[in-house]
Design a protein around this ligand. Structure first.
Ligand code: ZN
Length: 319
């Protein structure tokens, strides 16, 4: 038994992504990333997910073909025996060809009560690419709930919504209650709680098949934080991080996220319940295994020393 355990905990668990077509999606995941996409409106790549709406399968090795949710249930030791009832994180790539709706997520307590026991959603974005003059929606300008409700009900969106300029490499932390939206031309890697609960506040008066998409005005007003937190508290510029080391971008109750820029060789220690990694640029090796842009994988509990070699950029996360 010992040797079987040792063997499986030394495996790299590579995953097959699940793709989602969206009204606002594009074709960059098929053009700039090594994926077969289902159409030229592919908005999301669920890269590491055990969510019922998109459960990734293992790409190779002894667990090939298993879903991540099944692996989590059957082999909790791979994930450090956390005792959690589901795989806690979800990693997505998002290609926004058009603006996404302006939205907000509930916290765990609100989602549990109003959304059938779902988790709430805290998320963060690493900007993979964007246009020169890109902006994101983060936060709002209402001073209290009454003003918030008034501005929403009377459709004063320009006054309400706070936009900030962003550049490639910016990292943005979004806690529940923060109004947010990705605008067209932006590609991100999102690290989030394993939840699919989104309240849509405003959809730019667009229609899909002749109908506006459902808005969730009352729930949004319930959960939006007033006043909004400072932008400076939510954004990290990653342009000058040192090479060949794991740079911590964010550490909150739900996840830790690192950026790793490998320029020749980096050594890190997988000492966490599990470590998720996504190669977002370049290629190289991980303990001798070839890895390249577009690969997403999990290093199990007890994996130990990780040697990354080559020229590549990675985003890593754990709980
Ligand atoms: Zn969101």
């Amino acid at each position: 038994m010992q040797s079987v355990n040792e063997q499986s905990n030394s495996q790299i668990i590579f995953l097959n992504p699940v793709f989602k077509q969206m009204v606002w999606g594009g074709d960059r995941l098929g053009r700039e990333w090594p994926y077969e996409i289902p159409g030229d409106n592919t908005g999301e790549c669920w890269a590491v997910s055990a969510h019922p709406n998109g459960d990734c399968t293992v790409r190779e090795g002894v667990y090939m073909g298993e879903t991540l949710s099944a692996l989590w249930e059957k082999h909790p030791a791979l994930f450090g025996n956390t005792g959690l009832d589901r795989f806690p994180l979800l990693i997505k790539l998002i290609d926004a060809k058009a603006d996404l709706s302006i939205q907000v997520h509930p916290n765990d307590a609100y989602a549990k009560e109003h959304e059938n026991g779902s988790l709430g959603k805290t998320e963060c974005w690493y900007i993979l690419d964007c246009d020169e003059d890109s902006h994101l929606v983060i936060g709002h300008n209402a001073k209290d709930k009454a003003e918030l409700a008034d501005m929403i009900h009377s459709g004063r969106w320009n006054g309400l919504i706070r936009e900030i300029p962003v550049r490639k490499g910016d990292f943005i932390y979004i806690d529940p209650g923060t109004v947010h939206a990705i605008k067209g031309g932006i590609m991100i890697l999102e690290t989030q709680q394993n939840s699919d609960i989104t309240y849509r506040v405003y959809d730019y008066d667009r229609t899909v098949d002749g109908k506006p998409r459902t808005l969730h005005i009352d729930k949004s007003i319930d959960v939006i934080t007033v006043p909004a937190r400072n932008v400076e508290e939510s954004v990290v510029k990653t342009g000058s991080l040192p090479d060949n080391t794991a740079n911590l971008l964010c550490s909150c109750q739900y996840f830790k996220v690192w950026k790793i820029n490998v320029s020749d060789s980096a050594a890190i220690n997988q000492e966490y319940p599990f470590l998720i990694m996504s190669v977002i640029e370049g290629d190289g090796t991980l303990n001798g295994h070839p890895v390249r842009k577009g690969d997403h994988f999990i290093l199990p509990a007890g994996y130990g020393e990780v040697r990354l070699e080559g020229k590549m950029e990675l985003i890593a996360s754990t709980i």
